[in-house]
Write a protein that binds this ligand. Structure first.
Ligand code: PEP
Ligand code: MN
Length: 376
């Protein structure tokens, strides 16, 4: 929220407002314009005595700037960002780097068991694999091992859960249809993924409010940050919190890569807009196997704490997205590189200075510097 002071407000009135807000426990930041002084108020303003503040001498208006996505929004102030943490199965999310790896789709029992061993040996934490796939063409001939019926879906889910348990890895599987949520839960899937095409599926998102399972919500490729976070908010309105954001590429004029991985928005999510963990899926984000490694490492530095990577025991015979799937050796090295990047990011944490920390210092020098630089 911003307290806008009247044009004629005196220094004493401005100071009184700052002091009152500080007594109430709020951090404030002052912006002195040519006409008006604005006082930014940080933190949870739900308990702020709005009427009292607006009646204080010199106050013109209280301007609400809190975000439309109230639950998905960052809860702290710029100097004290607050992040949520929770688990996928026994894997803690948020405070350490987590890699979710596996094939685009579960293709057979032998393939998903081999994939689980590959992911485990490479150092991944969660096993992924789609059982019912979205395909861009209805003629692709492969819609996933569980696409034909609920019975087939159950069989596919059982396969990946069993393979995951064999190597002690929780599983993340995409869900297409809200009526199958109980089936995913009963089969023991540990995390539900909402694919890009369902990013704004009202019925599915509404229904996911009620599951206790964590959800990875992939950003629709045409959604801007606020639109996307409002779709995320839809799942959170009744208190659900265990949601992972996921950048997986947006549409742009660039044709070389399958999508355009929007790392700027990943940084905005992590450093400015929300406290939710951010995943990056560079496999769908680039569609090019050899770009998954550099983009995943870059994602860690941009603010991701979860990486999703498609990998296959032999991508040459994968039934879907084989062209972007990592070879097992590549997955292994990617996880080594990403882990090193994570350590470096942790070590560099204190080098990040939010502008808010410097604004008062520079503001106090405005008159002196203006006189010095411009003779004003
Ligand atoms: C997937 O993760 O298998 C997938 C199809 O991704 P997306 O929904 O991001 O295209
Ligand atoms: Mn895929």
């Amino acid at each position: 929220m911003i307290v806008k002071m009247r044009r004629v407000a005196t220094e004493r009135e401005i100071h009184a407002v700052e002091q009152r807000l500080s007594e109430l426990g709020y951090n404030t930041g002052k912006l002195t314009g040519t006409d008006h002084t604005l006082i930014g108020v940080y933190g949870d303003i739900s308990q702020l005595p709005h009427a009292d503040i607006s009646k204080m001498s010199g106050v013109e208006q209280l301007i609400q700037i809190s975000r439309k996505y109230k639950r998905a929004a960052q809860k702290g102030d710029p100097l004290n960002l607050i992040y949520s943490s929770f688990n996928i199965g026994n894997v803690p999310i948020g405070d350490s780097l987590v890699v979710i790896a596996g094939p685009c789709s579960v293709e057979s029992e032998a393939q998903i068991v081999a994939s689980a061993h590959m992911a485990k040996e490479a150092g991944a934490h969660v096993l992924r694999g789609g059982v019912h796939k979205y395909r861009s063409s209805p003629y692709s001939g492969w819609e996933g091992i569980g696409s034909e019926s609920k019975k087939a879906l159950k069989k596919g889910l059982d396969m990946i859960v069993k393979a995951g348990r064999e190597v002690d890895m929780p599983t993340a599987v995409e869900i297409l249809d809200h009526t199958t949520i109980p089936l995913f839960e009963d089969c023991g899937v540990d995390c539900l993924q909402i694919g890009e095409p369902n990013s704004r599926n009202t019925v599915l998102l509404n229904e996911l409010r009620n599951t206790e399972l964590p959800v990875i919500h992939k950003r629709g490729h045409s959604l801007d940050a606020e639109e996307y976070l409002l779709w995320v908010e839809r799942m959170m309105v009744r208190g659900k919190e265990n949601i992972i954001l996921c950048e997986r590429g947006i549409r742009s004029h660039t044709k070389y890569t399958r999508n355009t991985l929007d790392l700027g928005t990943v940084a905005a999510f992590h450093y400015q807009l929300t406290g939710l963990p951010v995943a990056v899926d560079a496999s769908h984000g680039s569609g090019i196997r050899d770009l998954v490694h550099p983009l995943s490492v870059a994602s860690v530095f941009a603010g991701a704490s979860v990486l999703i990577a498609e990998a296959h025991p032999n991508p040459m015979i994968a039934k879907s997205d084989g062209f972007q799937a990592l070879y097992p050796e590549q997955l292994s090295n990617l996880i080594r590189a990403a882990t090193a990047a994570w350590k470096l990011r942790e070590n560099m944490k204190d080098l990040y200075i939010p502008s808010r920390a410097l604004e008062q210092t520079y503001e106090s020098r405005v008159d002196e510097d203006a006189a010095h630089f411009f003779g004003e």
